[in-house]
Structures are given as C-alpha cells and as structure tokens.
Write a protein that binds this ligand. Structure first.
Ligand SMILES: *Cc1c(COP(=O)(O)O)cnc(C)c1O
Length: 437
C-alpha cells in the first residue's frame, strides 16, 4: 500500500492543512474548487521557479561556458504564464504562429526564441524573420530552400540551427520518440541530409548558420543517449568544417507521474550534456559553444494539479468499482494517447487509508476515457474532490472541446494570492459556439 504522507509528486508547497485537507501554497483546494468550479487546474508558482532555478544552478555547476534554458511552450502556454516565464529569464521554444505571438506579447526577448516545427508556414517563418529570433530551426532540405527564398524576398539574414536526427533509439513511448531513422523530424545523418544542409547553409548569403540542434523525444530518464547524440552532432559538424557557436540537445527529461516512478532530478541530464559538449570541443581545440536546453514537461508538469469532482459511481458485473469525475479525455488526452499513468488523492481526506480498489473514469463518450484504470483510495462520495498531480504538462495544451466541454479555469498560486490565468470557457457567451459575424 502506498504511504499516505508521500506528496513528492505534488507541487513542493503541498501540505495537509489544519482541516485535514490538501492545500497548495497555503490555499485550501476545496475552497479553490468552490470558488472557481471544477475541473480546475492549479499551478504552483514556487514549483516552477524551483525547476527553473535548479537547471540554471546545475549549468553553473557543470558547464564552464555560456548556457541558457528555453521553455518548450507546447507543454502549457497562456499569456499569463508566458509573462511569468519571461520574467524568470527563460527563453522560449515555439512551434506555431500563435505561440510566436503570445511569446512576443509577453515580453520574451527575440534572442531567446527558437522556432521549431517540421512544416512551418510562410506566416510563421516571416514572423520569425521579422522578429529576428535566436534561431529558425531548419527541419528539412525542402524547408531550407523555401526559407532561403523567403529570407531573400524579405531582405533578412536568418539565424539558423539545423535540426539533426541522429537515428538513435531512446527508451520511451513510440509516440514521443523523435530521433530514430524513420522519424518525420529533422535532417537525418544516415542519408547524408545533415551534411548537405550544413554545406548549403554555410555558403548561403541569406543564412547565418549558428548552431546544431537535436531533440530525442520526451519522458526520457537516461542521460547516455544525449551524450551519444552530441557526439554525433560534432562528427557531422567536424566532417563539414563547421564550428557551432550554439548547441541545443533539445528537451525531453522525464518527470514522475506516480510514486512508483524513479527519481527525476535533472542533475544527470545537465552534467552529461555539459561534459559531452565540453569534451567534443576540447578534443577539437574549438571554443566552447553556448548550450541551450529546451525543457517543457520538466518545467511545468509537477507544478500543475487537476481538481475534479466525483459524480456517479457503479459496480460492473465483473466487480469493477467505477468512479466518474467531471473531466477526463477533453482536458487530459494523455491517457488515451500514450497510456499515461496517473495517481490521485481525495482532497478532503488525503491521509485516510486507501482501502478501496476503483477505476476513475471521465465523463466523455469514449470507453478510452479512463483517467486511472486501477487505484486504491479511501471510499469517496459524490461531490468530493480528487486531485491529480503531475497535471501541468501536455494536458491543457492538448485539451479539446470534445462533447462541447468547456475548457477549465486555470489559477496560479502564490502564498496569500490566487491569480486567474484562464477563465473557464462559458457556453452561454455569444461567440463561444455560435458564429456571430
Ligand atoms: C517538445 C519539444 C521539446 C520539449 O520536450 P519535453 O519532453 O516537454 O521536455 C523540446 N524541444 C523540441 C524541439 C520539442 O519538439
């Protein structure tokens, strides 16, 4: 049986308060649910700052050159979050016109922005050219030629990173693995495209080729693939006589979703990346490049908690106790997409012994709308609240209006202060679902 006092996958400010209920940053979660409605997503400011500072301090400890952290905003983004991330001194890794605009309006400096994506549109590329971002990350030979043409027409010289695919396998779910030989992402080394792109970009008057990038995938807990990938980037660069000023081994470091998951501290990640880059440059007598990591999940997953209210319960003929909550697939498609595993606590009685086996399901019209297939919890009643930790990444950013569900409200918590980052969508409001010209 899991220990009931272990809140290590919850935000760092999580406590059981004097009323015996779960609280985050001193805020009683039951009161928050009453004020803002459910489902409700809460983000703990202290946890996000803790994650950002941890990476920044690990770089100071392990990397002798310049280093930066760029938040991969697809994990979760909104205007309010963007403003806070920019204030923390982070860069941003963006993949769409919408993300570019939010980052720009929130005050991120152009020098910290990378535009990624395997099929960037003309408006996306032109917005990045006009803004003068740190890097447009070229994903294919086709895109390279297209972008050169746009740069010429717009009379801009684009700062370029090349996304290199090292054709390496990493141990994660196939849907979030990006660096194997059949990946849709990047310029593959194996077929000579990486080398060809380096030659082309070095000689183009419309490009300033500054760096190489790779992204191995997501929810990775081993550092060795990063070392191997960095060595491979340096081998192609060396063969083409290109000395990178910037190196980005992407993001992807994993986080804990349940108590059974292993530790997720980023020390091994930052140390291995730092050592690998330093060694590759030392060996060649090259000047150390700036290293840029792009964590998405690791920055925000632990800070977020989803609060749901319990509704119907039933017992199936084969003895499964089903507990339905007022959210699910529409606000969190990760279970259906990747078989992601979650845990939950009863907000009103987090420390009660978990004596009942149950399946927690959502309210949406899909049998795959299961949040937790099997969990032991204290008995729960209609109207009580379940808190799901590690809900901060790839949930709301992948959420939908399936069944015309309204996307939930999102609040940011500081000690003594609650800030609404997003209101719950309102079906009664004109314009939400009726087209008003
Ligand atoms: C998605 C992505 C990231 C972030 O991945 P996480 O697993 O969330 O850290 C970083 N870089 C690129 C290019 C990505 O596509």
């Amino acid at each position: 049986m899991q220990p009931t006092d272990d809140f290590s996958i919850f935000p760092i400010t999580t406590r059981v308060n004097a009323a015996g209920r779960l609280s985050i940053a001193g805020h009683d979660l039951k009161s928050l649910a009453e004020t803002y409605g459910t489902p409700l997503y809460v983000y703990d400011g202290a946890t996000i700052r803790h994650q950002a500072e941890r990476l920044q301090s690990l770089f100071r400890q392990y990397y002798p050159g310049e280093a930066a952290v760029a938040y991969a905003v697809k994990a979760y983004f909104s205007h309010a979050l963007a403003v806070k991330m920019a204030e923390m001194g982070l860069g941003a890794d963006v993949v769409s016109y919408g993300e570019i605009r939010i980052a720009q309006q929130a005050g991120f400096p152009a020098e910290g922005i990378h535009l990624h994506g395997n099929n960037k549109s003309q408006p996306e590329l032109e917005a990045a050219l006009a803004w003068g971002v740190q890097a447009i990350v070229v994903d294919s030979l086709d895109e390279m030629r297209y972008l050169e043409d746009l740069a010429r027409k717009n009379q801009r010289r684009a700062r370029i990173w090349l996304r290199i695919t090292p054709d390496l396998r990493v141990n994660t779910h196939p849907h979030i693995e990006t660096s194997h030989a059949d990946s849709k992402f990047g310029l593959h080394i194996q077929n000579g495209e990486a080398a060809e792109a380096i030659r082309f970009c070095k000689n183009s008057p419309h490009f300033h080729l500054v760096g190489l990038h790779t992204h191995l995938g997501s929810q990775i807990f081993q550092a060795e693939p990063y070392r191997k990938a960095i060595e491979m980037l340096y081998e192609v660069a060396d063969a083409e006589g290109f000395v990178p000023e910037e190196i980005s081994p992407g993001g992807g470091w994993g986080v804990r979703y349940t108590e059974a998951d292993g530790p997720d501290d980023a020390e091994a990640w930052v140390r291995t990346v730092s050592e690998a880059v330093a060694a590759a440059n030392h060996q060649r007598g090259w000047k150390l490049p700036k290293v840029i990591l792009e964590p998405g999940r690791w920055m925000v997953a632990r800070a977020g908690v989803a609060l749901y209210r319990v509704g119907s319960q039933k017992m199936t003929p084969n003895g499964t106790h089903i507990v339905a909550i007022d959210g699910g697939l529409a606000d969190n498609p990760r279970v259906a997409l990747y078989g992601a595993q979650y845990t939950a606590r009863v907000v009103e009685r987090p420390s009660d012994p978990p004596t009942e086996a149950m399946r927690v399901v959502g309210k949406f019209c899909e049998s795959g709308d299961v949040l937790i297939p099997h969990i032991l919890l204290p008995p729960v009643q209609r109207g009580e609240l379940l808190a799901t930790p590690a809900a901060g990444a790839y949930q709301l950013s992948m959420s939908s209006n399936y069944n015309f569900a309204a996307r939930p409200a999102v609040v940011w918590l500081e000690e003594g202060r609650v800030e609404v980052m997003q209101c719950c969508e309102q079906p009664e409001q004109p314009g939400w679902w009726v087209y008003t010209p």
